[in-house]
Design a protein around this ligand. Structure first.
Ligand code: GLU
Length: 467
């Protein structure tokens, strides 16, 4: 059975690069009717934080990438690492190294001086140093001294490293704690991972890990190294480019469906298909078709997808996300129109739900400020009469709907001999504070009749220009 894992280090939020790697691991597992697991690589006690573990869980949950088993925490597995360190020592596949800092520094200086690549010289491997057992030591893995490590990366193709390039890696520090590359091997082995899909910043770790797998008497998993994501300026994606963490996208008003769809296409394609539901992604995903080179983030495309999902997802889902945005803005939606009605009239006008909430908040809270330019342009000596007439006629409406409202506005336009915008724009200003809103009839229809009449009345008082 195919088993993949996502193995983030909890030293920050879940960023989009990690999310894409997680998505690819998830899709590959699901496509092969296998399992997708989550492992928290938290052995770096200084840099790992509980807040970041929670941020990773939150991001994964928001994206809907559920692990098929309970997450594994490396900090709960120290006994397993110790066990395998002892096994390797006992089998002579690892050794205690007593070289002190001074010796290692001296060695490095010499190598740098001779223009050689700094590497451990195997001093203790050959038992040169006879030390008393109470000296501090690290444990080093006996990397093979000859031959090559060759693996067929499912994305990058054949990769070959000469063992001569790889020195004897420290697998346990002087305090006995295991090092990163070793814990990954033990976990991938015990979790029976068949495919390791991870960022290509780990390519150089892979030959070392494969050698350790073999030393532990195990076949190494298959590897697939995913290229990194660049910002739209070609530089490595970072905070400078705006949102970087997955939950920043939630905050900015993106739907998880849009981000997933965006991420799956970032560096992978299936013909010219752009829109993928999660089910379609699982069906079509092919790891071997992931690009070898880095992909550049394109916010316009993400926005395009987001708007597509705003328009097409079940409205309850979009409404829940929109409600969240209103909460972020501190706007109480309980007394305004139902959110599904807001979405219906705003979905063509907003690319994100944050934008939609900002552009719709006037339905839920009093107008605090009237746009001065709009006022200067559209409020005139005629406006008081317009407001009076409209108020009068709307008050008489028994059916408060868009069509009836439209008829009223039209009749006021005609009776006063004005052009449509001469009525519509002052009305919009009265209702929303500016002139940017959906059709004025639609805008009015989403208010309760009382609220609409009240706003017109207030505007009339405010903007009444004495004759
Ligand atoms: N913990 C590593 C990281 O966050 C990933 C290691 C792996 O996938 O093997 O970069």
């Amino acid at each position: 059975m195919v088993i993949t894992r996502f193995a983030p280090s909890p030293t920050g939020f879940l960023h989009v690069g990690g999310a894409r790697t997680a998505l690819y691991s998830y899709l590959f597992a699901k496509k092969n009717h296998g399992k997708f697991l989550l492992r928290i690589e938290d052995t770096d006690l200084e840099r790992s934080t509980e807040a970041s573990v929670q941020a990773i869980f939150e991001g994964m949950e928001w994206l809907g990438l559920a692990s098929d088993e309970k997450p594994v925490f490396q900090t709960s597995r120290f006994d397993r690492y110790k066990y395998y360190i002892d096994v390797l020592l006992k089998e002579g596949k690892a050794y205690k190294c007593y070289c002190n800092k001074e010796r290692l520094e001296h060695l490095r200086e010499q190598q740098t001086h001779n223009k050689e690549k700094p590497r451990y010289d195997g001093h203790c491997r050959h038992g040169v140093m006879s030390q008393s057992t109470d000296q501090p030591f690290v444990v080093r893995f006996k990397n093979p001294e000859t031959g090559d490590v060759v693996f067929n990366d499912l994305i990058l193709g054949e990769i070959k490293f000469s063992n001569q390039e790889l020195d004897d890696l420290i697998i346990a520090r002087t305090d006995g704690s295991p090092t990163y590359n070793f814990t990954v091997v033990v976990d991938d082995m015990e979790m029976a991972i068949t495919h390791v899909i991870r960022g290509n910043d780990h390519v150089n770790n892979t030959p070392r890990q494969i050698n350790m797998f073999l030393a532990l008497g195990h076949k190494a998993p298959q590897y697939a190294h995913v290229p990194m994501i660049l910002g739209d300026d070609g530089k490595r994606l970072s905070k400078r480019h705006g949102a970087e963490g997955v939950m920043d996208y939630e905050r900015e008003g993106y739907l998880p469906e849009a981000l997933l769809n965006y991420l799956v296409r970032l560096g992978w394609s299936h013909g010219d298909q752009e829109i993928f539901s999660l089910t379609e992604m699982i069906e079509c995903f092919d790891l071997t078709k992931v690009n070898k080179s880095a992909a550049a983030f394109n916010t316009d495309k993400l926005q395009w997808l987001n708007q597509y999902y705003i328009k097409t997802l079940p409205v309850e889902k979009v409404a829940a996300a929109l409600q969240k945005q209103f909460e972020y803005l501190g706007v109480d939606t309980s007394l305004g129109p139902v959110l599904s009605a807001v979405i219906a009239v705003m979905k063509d006008r907003a690319k994100t739900l944050k934008e939609m909430a900002e552009a719709s908040r006037f339905w839920f809270e009093p107008v605090k400020k009237h746009d001065e330019t709009a006022v200067a342009k559209f409020i005139s000596a005629d406006t008081a009469t317009v407001f009076t007439k409209i108020h009068e006629q709307l008050s008489g409406l028994s059916d408060w709907n868009k069509e009836a409202i439209h008829t009223v506005i039209q009749s006021v336009v005609e009776s006063l001999g004005l052009k449509f915008p001469q009525v519509a724009q002052p009305l919009r200003i009265a209702l929303t504070g500016n002139t940017v809103s959906p059709g004025v009839d639609v805008t009015l229809a989403l208010f309760s009749k009382e609220e609409a009449l009240d706003r017109i009345d207030q505007a009339k008082k405010r903007f009444a220009i004495p004759a």
